[in-house]
Design a protein around this ligand. Structure first.
Ligand SMILES: NC(=O)c1ccc[n+]([C@@H]2O[C@H](COP(=O)([O-])OP(=O)(O)OC[C@H]3O[C@@H](n4cnc5c(N)ncnc54)[C@H](O)[C@@H]3O)[C@@H](O)[C@H]2O)c1
Length: 442
């Protein structure tokens, strides 16, 4: 089976290397020339465990990358994995999806193909794509992706389920082709959900928004715990033992970020509104998330009275551990809020590519900065904390507990930690003489 993958970002690149590992001939297509050159050299443009190894195993053999859509002519299946970011009003911006569809349409030559939409798209998009391709010999299949950044390859190889949405469930041809393409998963007894386009599209938004709602629920509760006194970590742990609730996505913190939850929640709200239905719960999920970082910032402000001229160490730039993705990162957001308050920020992330992305974002050359030269980046956690008035944890790095907090205590100007991810062993930190402020946990 020959396969094309359009878009070689987090989803498309994992799909490309994963399918080449299954033995298929795969061509990855992207409009970003420099990314394509990098990939053909076997260099992985993003930080994701195991991907560079698989890339090097297959590139130049059964996997190659190009900017030319000509290559789709030989493919049996074409996966569309381009970005669907948020537009100015909060809708999913479908520009990239439609322009990629148009590029495919121009190259179709009458031979039958299955076009698979892996990008997260609002309800009705698969139908619209089929409409754009109505004169072509194709079937359009919805196949939303559920991988988690930081664990992407593992999630690709071990999915909880495969969701496939079809135009007509009585038409066996695209169903059989998808089952063949994904036979690796059926051999592993991964459940297949075979459904219609609309259900498949909505499943993806429902899953992400539900997880986001769990996070916003515990974040809202953390505010009450903050005020009345209570430890939200103990509360969520106790809740999580109830298997109807479960312990995942129940850690209070400074809010969810990343390339999916914020935009998918907002896009679902828009889909409700576009259909004249009030999205009460999902809107609240979004609002709680937007406010959470200000609740935390206020805690910091209350402690210092005035942040102007104060120096902080921000530990964590990526939106979550083991990724380089800064999109909607709460750490980045907090840096910008602190700089607006006149603070000096020294920042750090364990992932080198996350640090590189931060340098590129602010266009500073390591120790120069923007906002009046008040932002500094370090490769070493101990240099980051030197002479700071407070340490702020913004990414959920559990290995922070393994750092030498005695040494950190000797380096800082003021022994205060604001743990925005409730990740530290607070008793250990307090016993070392630090003041500790978590989220719903002091
Ligand atoms: N990142 C995740 O964890 C994740 C998980 C599940 C689903 N998704 C969804 O998958 C989709 C892709 O997300 P991503 O994070 O991989 O995006 P990304 O921004 O990392 O990558 C998108 C890629 O598409 C390329 N592209 C844009 N227009 C193109 C075109 N016309 N032709 C060819 N290439 C084009 C871009 O150059 C880029 O390399 C989104 O809809 C997202 O919501 C993402």
């Amino acid at each position: 089976m020959k396969i094309s993958v359009i878009g070689t970002g987090y989803v498309g690149l994992i799909q490309s290397v994963g399918l080449s590992e299954f033995g298929y001939n795969v061509v990855g297509i992207d409009i970003d020339e420099s990314k394509i050159k990098q990939l053909n050299r076997g260099e992985c443009p993003l930080y994701e465990e195991g991907v560079e190894e698989l890339l090097n195993k297959h590139v130049g053999k059964n996997l190659r990358f190009t900017t030319s859509y000509d290559e789709i002519k030989d493919s049996d299946v074409i996966f569309l994995c381009v970005g669907t970011p948020q537009d100015e009003e909060g809708n999913a911006d479908l520009r990239f999806i439609y322009s990629a569809t148009e590029s495919i349409r121009k190259k179709l030559d009458g031979n039958y193909k299955v076009i698979v939409i892996k990008s997260t798209v609002p309800i009705g998009t698969n139908r619209k794509i089929k409409e754009m391709l109505k004169d072509c010999n194709v079937d359009v299949v919805s196949n939303p992706e559920f991988l988690r950044e930081g664990l992407a390859l593992n999630d690709f190889l071990n999915p909880d389920r495969i969701v496939l949405g079809f135009e007509n469930l009585n038409n066996p041809r695209p169903i059989e082709i998808m089952k063949e393409a994904y036979s690796y998963f059926s051999d592993k007894n991964v459940p297949f959900i075979i459904t219609d386009w609309e259900s498949s599209e909505l499943i993806k938004y429902a899953a992400n928004s539900f997880l986001a709602t769990k996070i916003s629920f515990i974040n809202e509760l953390s505010k009450l715990a903050d005020v009345v006194g209570g430890d939200i970590k103990t509360i969520s742990r106790a809740m999580g033992f109830d298997e109807r609730i479960g312990n995942k996505f129940l850690n209070a913190g400074i809010g969810y970020g990343g390339s999916c939850f914020p935009k998918d929640v907002k896009a679902l709200i828009k889909q409700f509104e576009n259909n004249n239905i009030e999205p009460k719960l999902i809107r609240a999920t979004d609002e709680v998330n937007e406010e959470q970082i200000y609740w935390f910032l206020n805690k910091i402000k209350k402690y210092y009275n005035n942040l102007n001229g104060k120096t902080f160490a921000i530990l964590g730039l990526a939106f979550k551990p083991n990724t380089d993705d800064l999109r909607e990162s709460r750490g980045i957001k907090l840096i910008e809020l602190l700089l607006e308050e006149g603070a000096i920020v020294k920042c750090f992330d364990y992932v080198e590519k996350a640090r590189e992305n931060t340098i590129n974002r602010y266009k500073f050359d390591k120790s120069k900065a923007f906002y009046g030269y008040n932002l500094y980046l370090f490769e070493d956690i101990y240099k980051t904390v030197e002479n700071v008035d407070g340490i702020i944890i913004t990414t959920e790095y559990s290995n922070l507990n393994e750092e030498d907090w005695n040494k950190i205590g000797n380096l800082v100007r003021n022994k205060v930690v604001f743990d925005g991810r409730n990740i530290l062993d607070k008793n250990k930190i307090k016993n070392l003489g630090f003041k500790y402020f978590g989220v719903g946990r002091n």
